[in-house]
Design a protein around this ligand. Structure first.
Ligand SMILES: *[C@@H]1O[C@H](CO)[C@@H](O)[C@H](O)[C@H]1NC(C)=O
Ligand SMILES: *[C@@H]1O[C@H](CO)[C@@H](O)[C@H](O)[C@H]1NC(C)=O
Length: 348
């Protein structure tokens, strides 16, 4: 179906000021959807290149500017994403274990449409099914990555109980400065099986999508691959604080302070939880959590018949990152108590 470009009758010039949809209805301007849509996998674990051609019916059109509206189903968000582009190619991230669904419309603008944007009523669609694996029911579970104190990262997974013993599992990763997916440099082994990957140095840039895939095969066939994407700054687990200090101040008040873990974790991003156990003369223990962004705290005077114990843990605050893990608890320090470190004076 070619374009019918009809100039409106002079008395209908007012049409120019009404909406595109009405122009379309009144002048009958239509345009075909694009052709030859293809999806190419450059081996980047789900980052796919979509390409298409303009409809052949508009190839000879001058005075027309052609662009496209691309819609693709984002399986991570379970919703459609939409982009406009004048190019004939676009790259987007897909979960390769699910269907890849892409639709492209043609958009036409310029003098040939009275400078009103016209969109093809139909779209060209491509649905690509994931490759079927021979042992589909076997897949990796509980894939988690922890970026320990922002120094090294470990990603671990579990296999479903039905997994045959002779399955060889692999982890691959990709991010934007790599041409192709790369295999895990250092596997973590459990009972002779690969169960994780240790990235011993800081390998990945932060605030960048990193794609991971865990796949595997055995003589019986391939298992269902797992695909996931993450940004490392949202997986930080700070080291436990080692320097927790407690002393009594004037009027027997309890003065506590502690230090952020050494290393690259930005101290201003940490929030803290202080656990306070209070044991009275009747041996009844009361436990409470105090949340703070400071690294010191003064508690009102303590009854000499009481025993107070404390420990702290930290996590990156949501002002800095979207998510994170709590550190392990620090050692516990008590007043009165043997555990108290009297060699060091608390610094306030
Ligand atoms: C839209 O395209 C689909 C196939 O891509 C076709 O089956 C359908 O007839 C088209 N509709 C119109 C109105 O051209
Ligand atoms: C696992 O994925 C990598 C990277 O995409 C691929 O090269 C390899 O052939 C896959 N292995 C299996 C067993 O599917």
């Amino acid at each position: 179906m070619a374009i019918k470009c009809r100039l409106p009758h002079p008395s209908a010039l007012m049409l120019m000021f009404i909406s595109c949809r009405e122009i379309l209805l009144c002048t009958g301007l239509t345009v075909d959807p694009p052709e030859d849509i293809t999806v190419l996998d450059p081996g980047q674990l789900g980052r796919l290149e979509i390409t298409w051609s303009p409809p052949s019916s508009i190839i000879n059109m001058t005075e027309c500017s052609v662009s496209y509206q691309l819609m693709y189903f984002n399986t991570y968000k379970e919703s459609w994403a939409s982009v406009r582009t004048s190019r004939r190619t676009y790259r987007a991230q897909f979960d390769l274990s699910k269907d890849v669904t892409v639709r492209v419309y043609t958009l036409l603008d310029g003098p040939c449409t009275n400078n009103q944007m016209i969109k093809s009523t139909n779209f060209t669609e491509l649905i690509q099914k994931p490759p079927t694996s021979e042992i589909m029911s076997i897949e990796v579970q509980d894939f988690t990555c922890v970026f320990y104190n922002m120094e090294y990262m470990e990603c671990e997974w579990k296999l479903s109980p039905k997994t045959p013993a002779n399955i060889q599992q692999n982890l691959y990763y990709w991010y934007r400065s790599l041409e192709k997916a790369v295999q895990c440099p250092n596997y973590i082994m459990t009972h002779g099986e690969r169960s994780g990957c240790n990235f011993t140095q800081k390998l990945f840039p932060d605030f960048t999508d990193i794609n991971f895939c865990v796949n595997g095969s055995s003589p019986e066939g391939r298992m269902k691959p797992l695909f996931t994407t993450l940004q490392i700054q949202n997986h930080v687990k700070p080291a436990a604080s080692e320097k927790l200090c407690l002393q009594t101040g004037p009027d027997k008040q309890l003065e506590l302070n502690w230090e952020a873990p050494l290393g690259s974790v930005p101290g201003h991003c940490l929030k803290w939880e202080l656990e306070h156990d209070n044991q009275g003369p009747d041996a009844r223990k009361i436990s409470r959590i105090i949340s703070t962004t400071q690294t010191n705290l003064i508690l009102p005077s303590s009854d000499s018949k009481e025993r107070n114990c404390f420990r702290v843990r930290s996590k990156l605050d949501k002002y800095c990152v979207d998510n994170g893990f709590w550190s392990d608890w620090s050692h516990q320090i008590c007043h009165p108590g043997r555990i108290q470190d009297t060699r060091r004076r608390c610094t306030f």
